[in-house]
Design a protein around this ligand. Structure first.
Ligand code: PEP
Ligand code: MG
Length: 596
């Protein structure tokens, strides 16, 4: 239905993937399918059950087809979400409960499925867990597909988008996003979703600007409207005047030139003005990203996430696959080093045949090192692959989600066994390979002094550390205002971890997102971190601020920060410090410009 044309209408959402873009709107009408609720006779029951199974099978075929058609490796990385959807289609509770309703209540399949969904929805609501809420939206995407198949309705053909458009939708399921020809998508905007919704994550990793959580986008925007979106500030303008377009484009030009300017720092050393040298490294998941690490001046890999090797498949990666991947990593990054983190499965990613995704509180469940120690045979395959590759370059092993000393000792015992096997087989490996612990659970940070005697290095994972220390789910938009990297508690934890590491003579790195924000990097420098690891693109801007600062000044700043008692006081002190020293690097949003 056409809506009244809006001129120069500003709407505000959540910036989900940075970039300013002007383009025509492509509206995806995803109105809820209307369900006919019918009672059926006994003799129709089995026919109805059959119809339901047919719709399930069709849904399965469609999702499998979408998955198979994804050729772009960057997009493919995200297709595990489709596996989650395929698993939902196999969910016995969903299927059995619906079939039971058809048989016992004598209702049509649509009605029966709706009743099952209502029940599951109630259960999800009662649990109030963000991880499960995500599963709930996945459940809804899948059910919409089943409903459409039951009704014989066509799915929006979004494979045929032409030109370069800004996709406007109430919500986009991962299947929607993954099947689009992304070459034609200049941006995404949605009514719902937060910074970590599927659309947001995918857009960020593809570098496509996106604004989510706009609430009214689909009701105000007509297909073909001209839009400006600012994926950083979350601003969207419908049919902007020339003057407004001009000011956005001007802002875009300034950001571009800043980015180009900052790239000059990529090849320079990460050294402060008073001669303190730190290591700026990169977080990556695929060996192919190493070229970007080099362009952006990364001095090695501080975090190589290995989950991707396990996802998107029915079987487990072989020792040879591990070996080949890590060997390429070691060789391509040489002479620098790479830190390989062992499997960090669980939480929001799970293995189809192992963790069933049915934990009530997966963030605190059988994940990461806990899973590896329990499934030692799987763990040994990975460790053997890493050790074999260590003969081809400099590798370190990093253990995720360490909560106590026993996990280190158990891992060392498993590692020793694998090493012995290799020695017996006369396979070369680095016998002095360094073992580090991720510090991301408060119990680990509390005993940092004891842990420091057991490992060769620490890597602080602030993404999780903040979530566990502040009891703030890292992917829940409702509590995101409480997710404060500069909370006094977080600063105290980091200070203690650094002190403990240095007292024991081991280096301490940070590999959480916090390191990628220049203002936070300054604080981390003052706190004494030795290594910073972040997404490759952020390296030059962090290098720039480190090179333009004096270590002694950042130390004094940090000392001052410990006098404050709230995160907002600390945050404003740090922002002021940064604004005084880097006035040109703070580009305000257009709205801020208008109001200041
Ligand atoms: C972290 O928790 O900070 C981290 C780097 O690990 P991940 O984001 O993979 O959990
Ligand atoms: Mg983590």
């Amino acid at each position: 239905m056409a809506v009244q044309q809006q001129i120069n209408k500003f709407i505000q959402g959540i910036g989900a993937s940075p970039g300013i873009i002007i383009g025509k709107a492509y509206l995806i009408e995803r109105s809820k399918v209307r369900l006919a609720q019918k009672r059926i006779h006994q003799h129709q029951v089995e026919e109805e059950v059959k119809r339901f199974f047919k719709a399930i099978q069709e849904s399965r075929n469609q999702l499998t087809e979408i998955k198979e058609k994804i050729l772009d490796p960057e997009v493919r990385r995200h297709s595990f979400i489709l596996d989650v959807h395929l698993m939902i289609l196999d969910d016995q509770m969903l299927i059995q409960d619906t079939v039971d309703s058809i048989r016992k209540k004598k209702v049509n399949a649509e009605w029966a499925l709706d009743l099952t969904l209502e029940k599951l929805d109630m259960a999800f609501k009662a649990i109030d867990d963000e991880y499960l809420r995500e599963r709930r939206s996945d459940l809804h995407y899948v059910s919409q597909r089943i409903f459409r198949n039951l009704l014989g309705k066509k799915h929006d053909d979004i494979t045929r988008i032409k030109g370069k458009v800004i996709v406007v939708a109430h919500d986009l399921s991962p299947a929607d996003t993954l099947q689009m020809n992304l070459k034609h998508v200049a941006g995404f905007i949605t009514d719902i979703g937060g910074k970590v919704s599927h659309t947001a994550i995918l857009s960020r990793s593809l570098g496509i600007p996106a604004v989510v959580g706009l609430e009214v986008a689909t009701s105000l925007i007509n297909g073909g409207d001209l839009l400006i979106i600012d994926g950083e500030t979350g601003e969207v303008v419908i049919n902007p005047t020339e003057e407004v377009s001009h000011s956005f484009l001007e802002r875009k030009r300034r950001i571009r030139s800043m980015e180009r300017e900052v790239l000059k720092y990529a090849s320079l050393a990460a050294e402060t003005r008073d001669g303190v040298r730190v290591r700026l490294q990169a977080n990556i998941e695929m060996v192919e990203e190493i070229s970007s690490v080099k362009i952006h001046g990364g001095e090695g890999i501080g975090l190589f996430r290995t989950e991707i090797l396990y996802l998107n498949r029915e079987d487990l990666p072989s020792e040879e696959e591990h070996f080949q991947t890590y060997r390429r990593l070691a060789e391509d990054i040489s002479p620098a080093s790479a830190t390989i983190r062992t499997l960090d499965i669980g939480g929001d990613k799970f293995l189809p045949n192992y963790s069933k995704g049915n934990e009530m509180n997966p963030a605190m469940g059988l994940r990461a090192i806990r899973f590896s120690i329990k499934e030692a045979d799987i763990f040994k395959v990975q460790l053997k692959g890493i050790l074999r590759a260590s003969a081809y370059g400099k590798l370190r092993i990093l253990l995720p989600m360490i909560s106590g000393i026993e996990e280190i000792r158990q891992t060392r015992a498993i590692l020793e066994e694998v090493k012995k096997g290799l020695i017996k087989e006369r396979i070369p490996f680095d016998r002095g390979i360094k073992i580090g612990a991720m510090i991301e659970i408060p119990s680990a940070s509390d005993i940092a002094d004891l842990l420091a005697r057991e490992v060769d290095f620490f890597s602080i994972g602030t993404n999780d550390l903040i979530q566990y220390a502040l009891a703030v789910d890292r992917i829940n938009e409702h509590v995101s205002y409480l997710y404060e990297p500069l909370h006094p508690a977080v600063l105290r934890i980091i200070r203690w971890v650094v002190q403990s590491a240095h007292q024991a003579g081991i280096p301490v790195a940070i590999c959480g997102e916090m390191a990628a924000e220049p203002a936070y990097a300054i604080v981390l420098l003052g706190l004494g971190l030795d290594e910073f690891s972040m997404n490759p693109v952020s390296i030059p801007k962090v290098k720039k601020v480190l090179r333009m600062s004096r270590f002694e000044e950042t130390r004094s700043l940090v000392e001052e920060l410990f006098l404050f008692s709230t995160a907002s006081e600390i945050e404003s002190r740090v922002r002021k410090w940064m604004a005084e020293r880097f006035p040109d690097d703070f580009i305000q949003s257009r709205t801020e410009e208008l109001t200041t």
